[in-house]
Each structure stands twice: as structure tokens, then as C-alpha cells.
Design a binder for this molecule. Structure first.
Ligand SMILES: *Cc1c(COP(=O)(O)O)cnc(C)c1O
Length: 617
């Protein structure tokens, strides 16, 4: 509302100085009420300032002696002035009323020109239908579709823009009911406040924001130590950086491994154009991207019907002279299992193979150190050269922040690192992005010093207990549990229907039923070579309490009862209906999603080749 109100006030106030000059006190016969125009009332500070400055300087200090008659009685104000012996103008001023004569049209027209000769220049009058006077929902905007394709020609009031977008977003799911994602949906108010306060800081401006840069470095150090970087060794010199997420972190790690391998090959006078990387077919899509974007051949260790993690021996057998590294996942997105990093490490050592391991600890990096500190997966293993973690997953920060740490600068080829002399300060930089917000980095620091190791541990232990509790309940309901328990994997429950129960419906049907209640529980098929298997996955995050867990269990029971009571045809209809809703929900309207069709049906990815659906993360 304010935006338009100010405009009204300013066009009026343009007229006023001249109009006021014409008031010849004390000729004004009566006092007009109300003295403030509607727009003045709504933008008090501004219009009052204008009015005060327009008070005629020629105004006499003392009122002329009154000569009231019965035909000319005193007004209330004049009577008050009489009684108090005060100047009537001062009283008027004190009670903040202004004696004003309504300007005529001619005066208004005249008054619009401040400089003689420019009478023809006019502010464009506000378009009647643009006036935003009632509520948002009384305005024309509520009766129109929001702009979709073309930037609108004109502005809209900020309240309208805010409310209309906010209302549009209500068709999004509720983040706390989204059990599909690992990404943080809760932070304390103090953390939020701190992050909002830093929204305007560009992290890359090291010179401008040296404390933010320093805070990043403190985070890198804390995370590297959490991953047991051998800091006691005088010779170690671990390096690390913040990123937008694990994807960027993994891109950087793959680039480093590729360059390192190329440099080694060049030094040996050998061909260096066909690098390959070894990983599980259950990798997160960013690994496929990294391989493809940087021209590295993907070598997969495929999952089987009952193994969803990398098989160390198979992985080692895939190594050849062109292998730049092996990816090991600490917490796969499908079942949350930790891959056997130690097994990989030991085989490499045993066979004396000079191939590095990168650990993708996107989810597990902030869980395992607190729940399962004895598990050997990190820099305690000599073959692990780099590790990434998502700060916005179990690091407990809103998206997007990730981290990547290298054991030693020797794993970080110099040609990838840029020394940017930015506004006078020299900073080594290895990132894909340049500008980024500082808020998430500061949020990460807040969480680490606010919670400390004990705080993280209490949270992660609670999540582990909740996940175990949920798994036990689902098992009781007839599900087969595919995820680990007791902290041997991520705090999530991956489960599937026991085929021996002869159910007519599948995991997707259950997911659709739960969706009706607002729960987002993803159903998907497993990674290639085990893709016939369907499963559901429930991620237990910080804000998923025991009581919310009970509510979910109740709703799952209800969903099963509902589905049990349906015949196959009805189940299919339900699925169609739910799928239709979820398709539509992504575009909240009548318009087709045009641009993406162009890339539909790609055949280069694991999904394109095997129909694997990526687990949400
Ligand atoms: C989430 C995830 C990623 C990608 O991380 P972002 O932070 O979302 O970019 C990579 N690998 C694994 C195992 C993940 O769970």
C-alpha cells in the first residue's frame, strides 16, 4: 500500500506550497475538519513535514483582537484560544490540525510547475485502475493471473507481489512433512536471524568481508579435524573450501583427481586422454554429471538384488592405468548404507595401487563421526585423499552449503587454484562459482559452535533412535527393511513390501496415499541391475520427532487398510489420480511446461539407460 500512497502524497504536495501561500490569515472563515486528507493520514511523517514547511511565513504571531457577535460566534478553537490566552495558530499546531483552504483547479494546475516555463511537463497521472486502495484481494491483481512469460510492463505494489507469490507457494508441500529430502528444514531463530543479517554479503569479497572469510576457514578446520585429518603431523597441510553443496564439492574433487592423474601420465610420457573413474551404480546424479562434464569415463560397480553398496573387490578389479580414482559413498541415497571404505583402502594398500579414494560423505559426514566414531572411513585411511560433505544435510544448515577437504595440497594440482587478488587481498580460490552468499557459511559456523560435538551427537543419536523405532514399526506392519539400524547407516528407513504377502498394490500406491495426508514419502526403483526392486524411503531429519513419527505410523497403517480394501482396478485409478495431481502441482495452472520437453528421453544417464529413478536427496 505504502508505495502508492507516497506517490499520491507527493503529487499533492507539489501543489501545496503555492496553494498555501495564498492563504491570507486570518481571513479563513471556518476551520475545516478533517484537516488531513486521506493520503496524509496514511503517510503521516511525510505529509506532515511538507505541511509544516509550507506554513506561511507571513503568519502573524499574535491573533487580532476578536470581535465576536451572535452572527459571528467563535469557533471551538477560537473559544479555546480566548480561554487560554494563547495564539489560535499555536493551539491548532499543537493539536496538529492545519488550517487549510482547498485549492482550486487553476491553483493546482499552476502549482504543479515549480519552474516557470516547464508547465507542459507533467507527471503521468496515476492510472485509475492501478490504484491499490482496498486489500490485496480487492485489487485487480487478485482477479488476474500472475505474469508468467513476459516481465510485466508496470510495477505492482510490494504487498500485492508478496502476498500473491506467497499464496502461490502454498501449493508446495510442507517442508517438515517432506520425508524425501536430507536437506535441512529447521534452524533456530538465532541462526536464521544471523543468516538474514548476512544476506547482503557476497562471500567472495574477501577484502570487504574478511571476518566471513575467516569464519569459512574456521569451518574448514573444524570439519577437517572431525574427519580425522592427521593434524598432529607437522608435515600435514590439509586444505579445504566451502561450496554451494556436495555437487560442486564433488566436481572439484573429480577435477583434482583428473589433473593429478594427467600430470602423472604426462611426466611418464604416457597418453592422458582416457581417464576413468570407478563408482557404485547407486551414485548420486552429480557423479554422473562430473564424469560427463569433465570427460571422464564412468566405470560402474553394479548393485545386485541384495547388495546396494560398492563391492570393494569388484571395484579394485576395474582399475587400470587410466583410473583417476574411486568414489566411496558414506551413506548412499537409496538405502543410507555406508560403503566399505576401509575394504577399498586395504585392497589398494595390499595391491600397492596408486589410486586415490574420494569419500562422498554428503549425508554421512555429519552423522558417522558422532554416532559411530569407531567406523574407519575418513582420513585415518591413508588412501582417502579427499572428502566432501553437505553442510545443508546433517550439517544442519539451510541450503546451500557444502564442503570439500583434501588431505594435502599435493592432491590439489596448482593449475586448478587461482590466486585472486581481489580488492587488494590475495586469496587462493578453487571453486566453480565466484559470487555466493555468505549466510550459509555463517550458519554453519553458528551450528558448529552452538551445538558443539555433544549437541550434534545428541541430535544424531535421537535421529538414529527414531529411525530404529520407525523401522521396527514398519517391520511389524509387514515391510522388509533395507536400511541399516543402530547407527550403522544414515538415520533413515528404506523399506519395501514383502512380496510373500501377495499385495495388489506397490510402494508407489502407498506413497500416493500418504501424499493425501501431506506426507512426502518417495517410492522409487533401485539402482541399475537391481532396478526391479521398488522401495520407499523415509529420511529422519532433525525436526522429525518421535510424536511426528507416531503420526506417520498411524497414517501408514491407515493407508495400508485403505489399499487392502481396494481391488486392483480401483488401485490403478487412485494411482492415476494421484499422479495427475502431482504432475499438475508442479505448475499450479493451465500452462504446459514447455521448455523441458526438449530434453525428455535422454539416453546417456543411468536413468536414461536403465530406467533408474534417482533417489531424492
Ligand atoms: C545429496 C548428495 C549429493 C549431492 O549433494 P548436494 O549438496 O545436494 O549438491 C551427492 N552425493 C550424495 C551421496 C548425496 O546424498
Amino acid at each position: 500500500m505504502a508505495a502508492l500512497v507516497v506517490e499520491q502524497a507527493s503529487s499533492e504536495s507539489l501543489a501545496r506550497p503555492h496553494a498555501d501561500d495564498r492563504i491570507k490569515y486570518p481571513d479563513a472563515p471556518t476551520l475545516h475538519l478533517p484537516y488531513l486528507t486521506e493520503s496524509e493520514t496514511r503517510s503521516q511523517p511525510r505529509s506532515r513535514a511538507v505541511s509544516r514547511s509550507s506554513t506561511p511565513l507571513s503568519r502573524p504571531r499574535v491573533s487580532p483582537p476578536p470581535s465576536y457577535t451572535s452572527a459571528n460566534p467563535p469557533t471551538k478553537l477560537q473559544a479555546l484560544a480566548e480561554a487560554t490566552n494563547l495564539d489560535v495558530n499555536l493551539i491548532a499546531e499543537a493539536i496538529m490540525v492545519h488550517l487549510n483552504r482547498v485549492a482550486t483547479d487553476a491553483e493546482v494546475k499552476d502549482g504543479n510547475t515549480l519552474v516557470d516555463g516547464l508547465e507542459s511537463i507533467r507527471f503521468e497521472p496515476a492510472d485509475e485502475e492501478d490504484q491499490f486502495t482496498a486489500t490485496v484481494y480487492g485489487s485487480r491483481y487478485a482477479a488476474e493471473d500472475l505474469p508468467r512469460y513476459e516481465m510485466p510492463d508496470r510495477e505492482m505494489p510490494k504487498e500485492v507481489a508478496y502476498r500473491m507469490i506467497k499464496d502461490d507457494l502454498t501449493l508446495d508441500g510442507t517442508p517438515t512433512l517432506n520425508l524425501a529430502s536430507f536437506v535441512t528444514t529447521y534452524m533456530e531463530e538465532e541462526a536464521e536471524k544471523l543468516m538474514v543479517e548476512c544476506f547482503s554479503k557476497n562471500f567472495i569479497d574477501y577484502e570487504e568481508y574478511p571476518v566471513s572469510a575467516d569464519i569459512q576457514n574456521r569451518c574448514v578446520s573444524m570439519i577437517a579435524r572431525l574427519f580425522n585429518i592427521p593434524a598432529h603431523d607437522e608435515g600435514t597441510n590439509a586444505m579445504g573450501t566451502s561450496t554451494i553443496g556436495s555437487s560442486e564439492a564433488i566436481m572439484l574433487a573429480v577435477l583434482a583427481m583428473k589433473k593429478l592423474w594427467q600430470n602423472k601420465r604426462k611426466a611418464e610420457g604416457k597418453p592422458y586422454h582416457q581417464p576413468n573413474i570407478i563408482m557404485n551404480s547407486a551414485v548420486q546424479v552429480c557423479w554422473e554429471k562430473a564424469a560427463r562434464y569433465f570427460d571422464v569415463e564412468e566405470r560402474y560397480v553394479y548393485c545386485t538384488e541384495d547388495r546396494f553398496v560398492i563391492d570393494p573387490k569388484e571395484a579394485i578389479d576395474l582399475i587400470d592405468e587410466n583410473t583417476i580414482g574411486i568414489c566411496a559413498i558414506l551413506g548412499t541415497t537409496y538405502t543410507g548404507e555406508y560403503e566399505d571404505v576401509k575394504g577399498l583402502n586395504d585392497l589398494l594398500v595390499e595391491k600397492n595401487l596408486d589410486v586415490p579414494i574420494h569419500v562422498d560423505a554428503a549425508s554421512g559426514g555429519f552423522v558417522a563421526p558422532f554416532v559411530n566414531p569407531g567406523l574407519l572411513w575418513d582420513f585415518r585411511l591413508p588412501k582417502v585423499v579427499s572428502i566432501n560433505v553437505s553442510g545443508h544435510k546433517y550439517g544442519l544448515v539451510y541450503p546451500g552449503v557444502g564442503w570439500v577437504v583434501w588431505r594435502d595440497p599435493k592432491y590439489l594440482p596448482k593449475e586448478l587454484v587461482f590466486n585472486i587478488n581481489y580488492l587488494g587481498a590475495d586469496q587462493a580460490s578453487f571453486t566453480l562459482n565466484f559470487s555466493r552468499g555468505a549466510s550459509q557459511i555463517i550458519g554453519q559456523y553458528y551450528q558448529m559452535i552452538r551445538l558443539g560435538k555433544r549437541g550434534y551427537r545428541s541430535i544424531m543419536l535421537n535421529l538414529t533412535r527414531t529411525a530404529d523405532y520407525l523401522a521396527a514399526n514398519l517391520e511389524q506392519l509387514g515391510f522388509i527393511i533395507l536400511s541399516e539400524r543402530s547407527g550403522n547407516g544414515l538415520p533413515l528407513v528404506a523399506a519395501r513390501i514383502d512380496e510373500d504377502l501377495g499385495k495388489q498394490y506397490d510402494e508407489f500406491a502407498i506413497a500416493h496415499q500418504l501424499r493425501e495426508r501431506g506426507w512426502v514419502v518417495p517410492a522409487y526403483t533401485m539402482a541399475p541391475h537391481s532396478e526391479k526392486m521398488k522401495l520407499m524411503r523415509i529420511v529422519v531429519r532433525e525436526d522429525f520427532t518421535r510424536s511426528r513419527c507416531d503420526a506417520l505410523i498411524t497414517d501408514i497403517k491407515l493407508a495400508l487398510q485403505t489399499l487392502d480394501a481396494m481391488d486392483r482396478k480401483k488401485i490403478e485409478e487412485q494411482k492415476e489420480h494421484a499422479a495427475g495431481i502431482s504432475r499438475r502441482a508442479t505448475w499450479t495452472g493451465r500452462h504446459n511446461r514447455l521448455p523441458t520437453n526438449m530434453f525428455a528421453g535422454e539416453t546417456h544417464s543411468l536413468q536414461g539407460k536403465h530406467g533408474k529413478t534417482h533417489g531424492v536427496c
